[in-house]
Design a protein around this ligand. Structure first.
Ligand code: DC
Length: 233
C-alpha cells in the first residue's frame, strides 16, 4: 500500500440516487478532505467518446481513445468542475441521456482500466472521500473506511425526479423509476467491477434518513477511525 500522508481513504459506494454525491461532498468538507466523484469521471469519459464518435463496439478504438483521456476534477468558487481533455463538461454530463449512456460505456474494459488508474493515483495519498460503485471492492479494497449507501428504488427515483424537474428537464416520475431500475440492472449485472457491497462495508439505508442523519453516523465512524490511526502513529 502506498503510504497515506494526507489522511485515510473513505469509500462510499451505492446505486444511483442514494445521495452519495451530496453526502461525499459534505463529509469531505467537514473532514477537510478532497471529494472524488468517480461517477462524474465515467460521465465525462462517455461524453468525450460520444463527441469523438468512437464506435463503442470497437474495443481497439475505445482503448486508443482512452490512452489520451485526461479527466480532471476541480472546485472553483465552491462548485465542482469536471474537465474532459481540457474542456469544462460539468453541466453537459448531467442529463438523463448521459446517465444511460454512461451506464453502458462504464461496462467497457478500456474505459474502466483508464479510470481505475487515474482514481488510484488521485487517492493514494489519502485525505480523500471517493464515491462510486466499485471503490471498496476494486479501486481501494484497502480503504480504511467503506460505506455502502443505499435507498429504495421509489425513494431514489423520487429524489432524481425532483432534481431533474428543478432543472427544467421534461421528465415524468414513471420514466424516472424505469431509468433507475434500468441503471441498477446495468450497473450490477456487468462483468467488470459491478456494483456490489464489499463484505467489510458499513451499510446505510438512507430511505428514511435525512442528509444530516447520514452524516452524523458517518462522521462518528470517521472520527473514531482517524483518532485510532493517530494514536497508532
Ligand atoms: O454516480 P453516477 O450516477 O454519476 O454514475 C454514472 C454512471 O457511472 C453509473 O451508471 C455507473 C458508472 N460508475 C461506475 O461504473 N463506477 C463508478 N465507480 C462510478 C460510476
Amino acid at each position: 500500500m502506498h503510504r497515506r500522508t494526507d489522511g485515510i481513504v473513505i469509500a462510499i459506494d451505492g446505486p444511483s440516487g442514494a445521495g452519495k454525491s451530496t453526502i461525499a461532498r459534505l463529509l469531505a468538507d467537514r473532514l477537510g478532505y478532497i471529494q472524488i466523484d468517480t461517477g462524474a469521471m465515467y460521465r465525462a469519459a462517455a461524453l468525450l467518446l460520444a463527441v469523438a464518435g468512437v464506435d463503442l463496439d470497437d474495443l481497439v478504438a475505445v482503448e486508443r481513445f482512452c490512452a489520451d483521456l485526461n479527466i480532471e476534477l476541480d472546485v472553483v468558487s465552491g462548485r465542482q468542475v469536471v474537465r474532459g481533455n481540457g474542456v469544462d463538461v460539468t453541466d453537459q454530463i448531467r442529463t438523463p441521456e448521459m446517465s444511460l449512456l454512461t451506464s453502458r460505456t462504464s461496462t467497457l474494459k478500456p474505459v474502466r482500466d483508464a479510470l481505475l488508474k487515474a482514481q488510484q493515483l488521485m487517492g493514494r495519498r489519502g485525505g480523500v472521500v471517493l464515491e462510486g460503485r466499485d471503490i471498496g471492492t476494486v479501486v481501494f479494497p484497502d480503504a480504511e473506511i467503506k460505506f455502502f449507501l443505499s435507498a429504495s428504488v421509489d425513494e431514489r427515483a423520487k429524489r432524481r425526479f425532483e432534481e431533474l424537474t428543478a432543472k427544467g428537464e421534461p421528465v415524468t416520475l414513471a420514466d424516472t423509476i424505469e431509468d433507475v431500475i434500468k441503471r441498477d440492472r446495468q450497473d450490477s449485472e456487468r462483468d467488470i467491477a459491478p456494483l456490489k457491497q464489499s463484505d467489510d462495508a458499513i451499510l446505510i439505508d438512507s430511505s428514511r434518513l435525512s442528509v444530516e442523519d447520514v452524516l452524523t453516523v458517518m462522521m462518528e465512524v470517521c472520527q473514531n477511525k482517524i483518532k485510532a490511526m493517530e494514536s497508532l502513529s
